[in-house]
Design a protein around this ligand. Structure first.
Ligand SMILES: NC(=O)C1=CN([C@@H]2O[C@H](COP(=O)(O)OP(=O)(O)OC[C@H]3O[C@@H](n4cnc5c(N)ncnc54)[C@H](OP(=O)(O)O)[C@@H]3O)[C@@H](O)[C@H]2O)C=CC1
Ligand SMILES: O=C1O[C@H](COP(=O)(O)O)[C@@H](O)[C@H](O)[C@H]1O
Length: 560
């Protein structure tokens, strides 16, 4: 472990900095040598909209260094290096021309098919050429493959990587593969895929990405739950009436209808993104922050979920969805679903978790809404204002707020519903919140410079963004907060483990098969609305009590 002590720090007098002695077990791995990042499916939508922009942001912040990294795009399209650069240029925002061209110069393009040795041999030769030109004898070779591809080609591409493109055994380093969802369509297909990939790569080489795990407030959930005494005694069936985990989009499938129709909203959003959030809300405290300890707890809570009952599901399809010529006329595919999960354990027995997701709705947001039970012996008649609700808004405009009853300010003795509000835009005004993909890609390779691990700390992030990285580092400044954040970031914590994936499919496969077999019918809803009324009725049946008359006054508009 490297690092300085608080004595050497120019800021050691400040109380947020503490001695390092209690963090002796912290290991910062510092690897040297070149890093080759290979984006397979480089000509596609995901690559240009998410993968390359994320790499670019990492480059801008110094987490990918020009001397040590090279980026290879691989796809079937016949493109030149410049052709690929032009294709992605428009998606790389917020940089000077000079910075942008430095980044683009790191990118090379190799064309080839996904199932023939020829293309991958060429890819390997291109990577090796670069590695030999960069590395001295002692440097390690790190090869990171990002599969921005349809899952149908994962097995063949992984076989090709395994046969032609592994890190040469004569060199230290590693080969890692990032795979995107969907990981199968149901339990069997997912297990088959896992078995195929499992024959080729060890679990610690496979990074199953779920970008919701990279969102700021999702990453905050463990801290919130387990570092705050306030929540510890409240977070259970004695106090919580119901929990909603909600995803809403105000646009439809927009040209992706054909693809979407094979999956539907449960496979697209609920079985992965919302279920991951559910795990972090419902799991027990892990033994430590080690990735395996956290993932063990996620698996346990998934395994405690009871079979989903048809009467606790509403599925819907927006009017106009089938106008897309690539969607079959008889499609029953849900573009909206509300599904109740029940956890059979001591903490959650009897508390419904309502997972709701929909496209073409009245707004765009993702949030967790924890609704508390009524206060017993209510002398103030609080019921008329509504219940306490703790809302964690993942997007847009990250925020957490607790809706609570207060005395109406003034002479009158009346109560009203108000809020304790932590709006990130107000509280962390100068902090740039990283994109989910950016964070997750950073997690897949060990930063060359231990300072890179500072990224998740708001204070240090500011320092880095303000260009003070070197002076910050030269003081060897490690804060208790930094260390803490460093530890929650590590390795594969924010990636889905194979048994976790299996447990997730076990929950949803019976329901999905019933929907596919037409045993549950999608009800229609108008685009731009809240979705099917049946879903609100079901939420009410589950005990959700909607607040009426609460009006939020954004702080900027308030008169002080
Ligand atoms: N820091 C901040 O940014 C803060 C912002 N606010 C804002 O104040 C507003 C009110 O906040 P809040 O009360 O939490 O949120 P909303 O009034 O938007 O929604 C409250 C809950 O009621 C549900 N709901 C809304 N309409 C109906 C209906 N007709 N039938 C059944 N259920 C319904 C919502 O479901 P669904 O999710 O499906 O719409 C949601 O679960 C929001 O715009 C919120 O963003 C409040 C506090 C702090
Ligand atoms: O994985 C997916 O997520 C996006 C929504 O992501 P967000 O970060 O903007 O919330 C969704 O539009 C897409 O259908 C789905 O495949």
């Amino acid at each position: 472990m490297s690092g300085g002590s608080s004595e050497s720090s120019p800021l050691s007098g400040q109380n947020s900095f503490s001695s390092l002695s209690s963090f002796k077990d912290l290991e910062l791995s510092s690897e040297s040598g070149c890093l080759s990042i290979v984006v397979l499916g480089a000509s596609g939508d995901l690559a240009k909209k998410k993968t390359f922009p994320a790499l670019f942001h990492l480059f801008q912040q110094g987490f990918l260094q020009a001397g040590e990294v090279h980026i290879f795009g691989y796809a079937r399209s016949n493109l030149s290096d410049d052709g690929l650069r032009e294709r992605i240029r428009g998606y790389l925002k917020g940089a000077s021309d000079e910075h942008l061209s430095q980044f683009l110069q790191l990118i090379k393009y190799v064309s080839g098919s996904y199932d023939s040795g020829e293309g991958f041999e060429l890819l390997n030769n291109t990577i090796s050429e670069y590695e030999t030109s960069k590395n001295n004898e002692s440097g390690s070779y790190r090869r990171l493959f990002y599969l921005a591809l349809p899952p149908s080609v994962y097995p063949s591409v992984c076989k090709m990587i395994r046969s032609y493109c592994m890190n040469p055994s004569s060199h230290t380093g590693w080969t890692r593969v990032i795979v995107e969802k969907p990981f199968g369509k149901d339990l069997d297909s997912s297990e088959k895929l896992s078995a195929e990939l499992g024959k080729l790569f060890e679990e610690d080489q496979l990074y199953r990405i779920d970008h919701y795990l990279g969102k700021e407030l999702v990453q905050n959930l463990l801290v919130l739950r387990f570092a705050n005494r306030l929540f510890l005694p409240l977070w259970n069936r004695d106090n919580i009436a119901n929990v909603q985990i909600v995803f809403k989009e105000d646009f439809g499938t927009e040209g992706r209808g054909g693809y979407f129709d094979q999956y539907g909203i449960i496979r697209d959003i609920i079985q992965n993104h919302l279920l991951q959030v559910f795990c972090l809300v419902a799991m027990e405290k892990p033994v430590s922050l080690k990735p395996e300890h956290i993932r063990d707890e996620k698996v346990k809570v998934l395994q405690s979920v009871e079979p989903i009952k048809h009467e606790e599901v509403v599925i819907g399809q927006y009017d106009g969805y089938k106008d897309d010529p690539t969607v079959p006329d008889e499609s029953n595919t849900p573009t909206y679903a509300s599904v109740v999960l029940r956890v059979h354990n001591e903490r959650w027995e009897g508390v419904p978790f309502i997972l709701k997701a929909g496209k073409a709705l009245n707004s765009r947001k993702a949030e967790i809404r924890v609704q508390f039970k009524d206060a017993p012996g209510d002398i103030f008649r609080c019921k008329k204002q509504g219940r306490n609700e703790f809302v964690i808004r993942l997007q847009p405009s990250e925020a957490m707020y607790m809706k609570l009853t207060v005395k109406n300010p003034g002479l009158e003795m009346a109560t009203e519903q108000s809020e304790l509000d932590l709006s990130y835009g107000m509280r962390y005004q100068d902090v740039k919140i990283p994109e989910a993909y950016e964070r997750l890609i950073l997690d897949t390779y060990a930063p060359l410079d231990p300072s890179a691990k500072f990224v998740c700390n708001a204070f240090s992030y500011l320092q880095v963004s303000a260009g003070k990285k070197s002076s910050f580092l030269s003081h060897g400044l490690f804060t208790s907060a930094n260390v803490c954040f460093d530890r929650i970031r590590g390795d594969q914590q924010h990636f889905v483990r194979r048994d976790e994936l299996r447990a997730a499919w076990e929950i949803f496969t019976p329901l999905l098969h019933d929907i596919d077999a037409g045993k549950l019918k999608s009800v229609s809803y108008e685009p731009g609305t809240r979705g099917p009324q049946e879903a609100d009725e079901m939420s009410r049946r589950m005990g959700y009590v909607q607040t009426h008359g609460y009006i939020w006054v954004p702080p900027t508009l308030a008169k002080f």
